[in-house]
Design a protein around this ligand. Structure first.
Ligand code: HEM
Length: 516
């Protein structure tokens, strides 16, 4: 829910006539009375002051939502009750309470609330990301974890990752040779989009389909905040225009994927080769999956697996540029373990302890899913001694948890040393740092993300030297955030990339080696 989205809400409110306002206020009061009847008694978590009609929305109007919610938590405590229009929301900002939600009471909180985005683009939550806790969830999760994201499958994509990183590096060096800067996020997004579609259906979607590239760009850059989700009685009138926009976007995607699937089936029937099955083959062979379901499962990966790793890599490089001592130590580790006569390989990653610490520290400070994906309670329960009714949305402020001063010493400081010789990991067993969340809904792409992120950072730091635009030093690299599909760096990180190792090393790895 970024600033522009809140401006959208204000715009919608401003455009209402007196009659509309009166009708809405009436409906609001009615809703409140009904709700009070439903949640008769109980001790709710503390709540900041609330306004009629919009509830607590005004606390989120300016600034970034995860920052605002962290400030509210500082004042009202680690579990807070918010009314956002008609939706009841609990926001959790401490590791202890996150553990209660994601472990002790995972069976109650592992569902998803209904969402307009899920309805319009994901066929009413027929995918995994938006699916409530039901048989569809269990089946989708199983197919992801066994057929696409298992360790064996991840290993089988190693050559692809090497190939696509080489393409990225080649392009960056060509630009560097011509003294042109590259936007790191841009080339990383391109790499991961090509990689995702190759993993999913064996084709480089970026190279093959301009429409797909455009669709992903629109989906990830436009606001996801839909006013009507919080004021459901407005949905038929669609005052923000978001409902129609998402519906059109969904229809475009389904159409686009139809042609990808048709083409895939045609090529399969024409080919007598015994190529290995890809994920689309597996999905199409599932007799109980409809075509719509196949399309929304593919969209989960295009979306959840698309920007997440590249944006994390950009954060890591930005932090390394701001901390030359950390950059130097990482380069020294890479030079000691790999040497300067070859490029990094994925087998090297487990020997690179400091690199692993850099990855963890980046994820602690910059969890790209800052507020996770909303959870939803399926029955009434108690958390931290408070009564939480059924059908309550739960947001876990993963960003605030990673920076909790009660847990982390000097929490704002980028200091990978805190993870060296420490048992704390980022894989969901230690609730002090939860970039991938934990429990039944934990990110199923975690192991793939961890290897891809570590590999790309290692390659960039070992094989490339970075220069910033003239007059800039590392300290001028800003850490301003943008809150959208991912919590990414707001301003582009423009870099001039040159070769750091002897030229023949790149030649041996199949890259062209024109003089610098
Ligand atoms: C640095 C990279 C990534 C981070 C930090 C990250 C983080 C997250 C988080 C916080 C969630 C929400 C968990 C919850 O609801 O409690 C999530 C869900 C999900 N992630 Fe990731 N993710 C990353 C990369 C990936 C990748 C590479 C893929 C797939 C290729 C992926 C696929 C998914 C899916 C399908 C879900 C929905 C799971 C469900 O609803 O059961 N993610 N991720």
């Amino acid at each position: 829910m970024g600033k522009t989205n809140m401006e959208g809400l204000i715009g919608v409110l401003k455009s209402w006539s007196v009659h509309t306002v009166a009708a809405v206020v009436f409906l609001y009061i009615l809703l409140k009375i009904l709700k009070r009847g439903r949640h008769k008694s109980g001790r709710r978590p503390p709540a900041p002051p609330c306004w009629p009609l919009i509830g607590h929305f005004h606390h989120l109007i300016s600034g970034l939502p995860h920052h605002n919610l962290a400030k509210i938590a500082e004042k009202y405590g680690p579990i807070v009750w918010l009314e956002l229009g008609a939706a009841s929301v609990v926001v959790v900002s401490s590791s202890d309470i996150a553990k209660e939600i994601l472990k002790t009471q995972d069976h109650i909180f592992a569902s998803r609330p209904p969402a307009i985005l899920g309805e319009m683009l994901f066929a009413n939550g027929l995918d995994l990301l938006f699916s409530p806790l039901n048989d569809n969830f269990r089946e989708a999760r199983k197919i992801f974890t066994t057929e696409l994201l298992s360790q064996q499958r991840i290993d089988s994509f190693q050559d692809l990752r090497r190939e696509f990183f080489s393409t990225t590096m080649q392009r960056a060096f060509e630009e560097g040779d011509a003294n042109r800067f590259i936007n790191l996020a841009e080339i990383m997004h391109e790499q991961f989009m090509s990689l995702s579609t190759r993993m999913l259906y064996g084709k480089d979607g970026r190279a093959h389909s301009k429409q797909l590239v455009e669709f992903i760009r629109i989906l990830t850059t436009t606001g996801w905040f839909v006013v009507e989700e919080y004021f459901p009685f407005l949905k038929p009138f669609d005052p923000s225009g978001q409902v129609k926009r998402l519906k059109n976007l969904g229809e475009n995607y389904f159409h686009l994927m139809d042609s990808v699937i048709d083409q895939h089936l045609k090529e399969n029937s024409n080919s007598n080769s015994n190529r290995e099955q890809n994920f689309l083959d597996v999905l199409l062979a599932m007799s109980n999956f409809t075509r719509v379901q196949v399309k929304v499962l593919l969209l989960d990966i295009l979306l959840a697996g698309g920007d997440t790793s590249p944006d994390t890599i950009v954060w890591a490089i930005a932090e390394l540029l701001r901390h030359p001592d950390v950059m130097e130590r990482l380069q020294n580790e890479l030079d000691d373990v790999i040497g300067k006569e070859r490029l990094v390989e994925e087998e090297d990653l487990k020997k690179l302890e400091y690199l692993q610490a850099v990855v963890k520290e980046t994820l602690r400070l910059h969890p790209i899913g800052a507020l996770g994906v909303p959870h939803f309670s399926t029955e009434a329960t108690k958390v931290a001694g408070y009564d939480i009714p059924a059908s309550t949305r739960v947001m876990i402020n993963l960003y605030a948890i990673g920076r909790d001063p009660k847990v982390w010493e000097n929490p704002q400081k980028f200091d990978p040393l805190r993870f060296l010789n420490s048992p704390i990991d980022v894989k969901g067993q230690h609730y002090e740092v939860l970039p991938f969340s934990s429990g039944r809904r934990k990110c199923p792409g975690m192991n793939l993300a961890l290897v891809s992120v570590a590999y790309n950072i290692a390659q960039l730091v070992h094989a490339c030297s970075f220069s910033l635009p003239e007059g800039m030093t590392g300290l001028d690299v800003d850490l301003e955030e943008s809150f959208g599909t991912t919590l990414c760096k707001r301003n582009p990180l423009n870099l001039l990339l040159k070769r750091r190792l002897p030229t023949h090393v790149y030649g041996k790895a199949g890259l062209s080696v024109s003089a610098q």
